[in-house]
Design a protein around this ligand. Structure first.
Ligand SMILES: [Zn+2]
Ligand SMILES: [Zn+2]
Ligand SMILES: [Zn+2]
Length: 717
């Protein structure tokens, strides 16, 4: 640890109160021994032997404390009260309490005895402050939501300490660690935090002192890791406070270029969380009249160039115009010939070609007197054209069951009944496993893993129309992207989870790239795919992207075109979705964020810090004087494991993951283990080919489809 200057020790050492009244009848006999003890560790050890405590470093020792808890607590508490003026003794007792907190049951019992009220007043004593903070670190590190929340209520003195003594490196580090532990317990939940608790945390002041400490050259990875964990964890429910503190937002942005993938991932998640409160729904429907009017005005030159380069006959706009014309014609004809059978077949042909327009519209007649258009059923059995779909389906069901199901699915989706459409599509896939349209319907609903698998399988179907292909591809991007980030965030130290999450992210990024390169520039999901593509580029290889973002030129340029096309056709700005806001934030602020934070981000990600050498050399001197080593020494392995690691602090995630190796990026060979050999679906639940043990598949369907290709390889092994 850097900055462990002699001056701090010099300040602290003389302070433990020397006995002033040796004749005090309330003074314990052992007080003299304690006064002569050398450092906190021996103080604590001495107190343990004086109070005849079992070995607190072992499970069996803690169990013994458990059996005699009230008696032991009374002994300690009496000594605490009698020696309240003696900093050494009360500090040592606080240390003993903290050590007991490694056991969750003891922690709860101490908590019920209100041991926090014994701890906090000691913060004001200069000689106790450090030991108290170490105790609080230990208590909060071992988890226990109740204790963390109770300490969160008392955050104020800790924040004042950081404000008043910002240069006291060690106390500041401990205070940040405690505040991060308890702060996360308050704000890092799915549900919004209790307003009272959030207020007690003084978020604006807390963010300020954190930035202050992060900016110091003495900041350790431990400090940075905990501050960063708090900032990313608080992003969702404290977004307004963070936007008011631009340096905090910039830290998240700058961290996207860290050498450490965990940090980049946490930053990405933090940034998207930050944008939840301000985002709006993606408005997909554009008014066909506005669209037509725009077409009549003609494309501005740069859009014309982009669309012509793609192929004027293949762009969405052209297909939309053609299909709309055919649709109108078919609906007009059926009003004449009443032939629902032919209409059904025609519509089934049109449905996979275009997203909108099929199902919209109605017959209208103009009132000759008023000139107004009115809906008129023309004697047909349906009022709006959408209602014709299920009737058409019935008329072709026996001869064309797939087409009938497509009409039903389309009808149900336009009615917002996706789950019902899903059921029909699943049934249809059993009959026709190579019809991509049904996979598309299935990819719209269901859970993400299921939706992703369906999208990937659908992409392997032959004869896909552009609408179905890019519909499937975009579903694959979104499902895999969301799952990947969530898996990475939850992976902690679990390497397998980490590779699995990376496989999802990689898959999403590859599909987004394919989408950006191959889909029509005017297709509706182009912007969304580009947000994913650009942002996931940071998660995967942010350390290779410069602060001026020139490596992302392609994605940024393509997005500009996609934006201009949206504005051109809808005369509205693109919807401010969560991904759009996140993207905007990153692109706008990266240059200045890098200037402010690059050094610190780099400093944290590098495995050996210049300060680390110092840390080892000063460690021995340091440990003599504080309780850290004693508190850390635990041999709790084995039996009941009641305090399993899931409850521990989260600082392994993101900056300063000191106990874990740094991961810059994940090896492709590792990722292959999480991809289906046939459809490339990333999943942790693949089944191995039983004869070669190498190929992996979603299910028998993928294995069967892959066999022709795989056969030779499989037999060769
Ligand atoms: Zn921690
Ligand atoms: Zn095989
Ligand atoms: Zn598969």
């Amino acid at each position: 640890m850097t900055g462990h200057g002699k001056e701090h020790k010099a300040k602290r050492k003389p302070s433990p109160t020397k006995p002033s009244t040796s004749g005090n009848p309330r003074r314990d006999a052992f007080a003299d021994d304690i006064d002569n003890a050398d450092g906190w560790t021996s103080t604590a050890a001495l107190l343990c032997s004086i109070f005849e405590l079992p070995d607190l470093s072992t499970r069996s020792g803690l169990k013994k404390v458990h059996k005699n808890f009230l008696e032991i607590y009374k002994r300690l508490d009496n000594a605490y009260t009698r020696n309240i003026e003696n900093d050494r003794i009360v500090g040592g007792i606080v240390g003993i309490y903290a050590k007991m907190c490694a056991d969750s049951l003891l922690r709860d019992r101490l908590f019920k005895q209100d041991f926090l009220s014994k701890i906090f007043p000691l913060l004001d004593r200069p000689s106790c402050c450090y030991v108290v903070l170490e105790a609080l670190c230990n208590v909060t590190h071992h988890g226990g939501a109740e204790v963390r929340l109770a300490i969160a209520k008392k955050a104020s003195p800790l924040i004042r300490l950081l404000e008043e003594q910002p240069n006291n490196t060690e106390t500041c580090e401990l205070a940040i660690v405690v505040l991060s532990h308890v702060g996360l317990a308050v704000v890092n939940n799915e549900a919004p935090p209790d307003p009272k608790l959030k207020k007690a945390l003084e978020i604006p002041a807390l963010l300020r002192v954190m930035v202050d400490q992060l900016k110091k050259p003495t900041a350790t990875r431990h400090l940075i890791g905990h501050a960063f964990a708090f900032i990313t964890g608080a992003a969702q429910h404290c977004s307004e406070e963070m936007f008011a503190c631009p340096l905090v937002v910039d830290l998240l942005v700058a961290s996207l270029r860290s050498e450490d993938m965990r940090t980049r991932c946490a930053a990405f998640a933090g940034i998207t969380d930050l944008c939840i409160a301000r985002c709006e729904e993606d408005c997909m429907l554009s008014d066909p009249r506005v669209r037509l009017a725009a077409l009549q005005r003609g494309f501005p030159p740069h859009l014309d160039r982009a669309l012509m380069a793609y192929g004027p006959e293949r762009i969405d706009t052209t297909i939309w115009l053609n299909v709309s014309a055919q649709y109108q014609k078919a609906m007009m004809r059926v009003a004449q010939d009443r032939d629902m059978y032919t209409l059904g077949q025609t519509l089934a042909q049109l449905i996979p070609k275009v997203e909108h327009s099929i199902g919209a519209g109605a017959y209208q007649t103009q009132d000759p007197r008023t000139g107004k258009f009115e809906i008129d059923d023309m004697g047909m059995p349906f009022k709006t054209w959408g209602d014709a779909l299920p009737m058409c389906a019935e008329s072709i069901r026996t001869t064309h069951p797939d087409e009938a199901d497509m009409l039903d699915c389309k009808y149900l989706v336009t009615q917002g009944r996706q789950p019902d459409a899903h059921i029909i599509a699943l049934r249809a896939i059993k009959r026709s496993p190579l019809n991509g349209f049904f996979y598309y319907i299935c990819s719209l609903t269901g859970d993400e893993a299921d939706g992703l698998r369906m999208a990937k399988k659908g992409l392997k179907c032959p004869h896909l129309t552009n609408y179905v292909r890019f519909g499937l591809l975009y579903r694959a991007v979104e499902h895999a992207g969301l799952m990947g980030i969530r898996t990475l965030q939850g992976s902690m130290g679990d390497r397998n989870k980490w590779v699995e999450g990376s496989a999802f992210v990689k898959s999403a990024w590859e599909d987004a790239k394919l989408f950006a390169e191959k889909a029509p520039p005017d297709t509706r999901n182009m912007k969304n795919a580009l947000y994913w593509y650009n942002l996931l580029s940071f998660v995967l290889h942010g350390f290779e992207i410069s602060a001026d973002l020139h490596e992302l030129e392609f994605g940024i340029g393509a997005l500009q075109i996609a934006d201009d096309i949206t504005v051109f056709f809808s005369e509205k700005q693109p919807s401010k979705t969560r991904m759009r806001l996140s993207h905007e934030l990153v692109m706008k602020r990266m240059a200045s964020a890098a200037k402010d934070w690059d050094k610190i981000v780099e400093h944290c990600a590098t495995q050996t810090l210049p300060g680390d050498a110092d840390a080892t050399s000063t460690q021995n001197t340091k440990l003599e004087d504080n309780l850290a080593a004693w508190l850390d020494e635990m041999h709790l392995d084995g039996d009941d494991g009641e305090d399993s690691s899931h409850d521990h602090c989260l600082h392994g995630q993101g900056h300063g993951s000191d106990q874990q190796e740094r991961i810059t990026k994940v090896d492709n060979n590792d990722l292959e283990l999480y991809r289906c050999s046939w459809c490339r679906n990333p999943s942790a639940a693949l089944k191995k080919c039983s004869s070669c043990g190498r190929a992996r598949y979603c299910d028998g369907g993928c294995q069967k489809a892959h066999w022709k290709k795989h056969k030779r390889f499989c037999k060769a092994t």
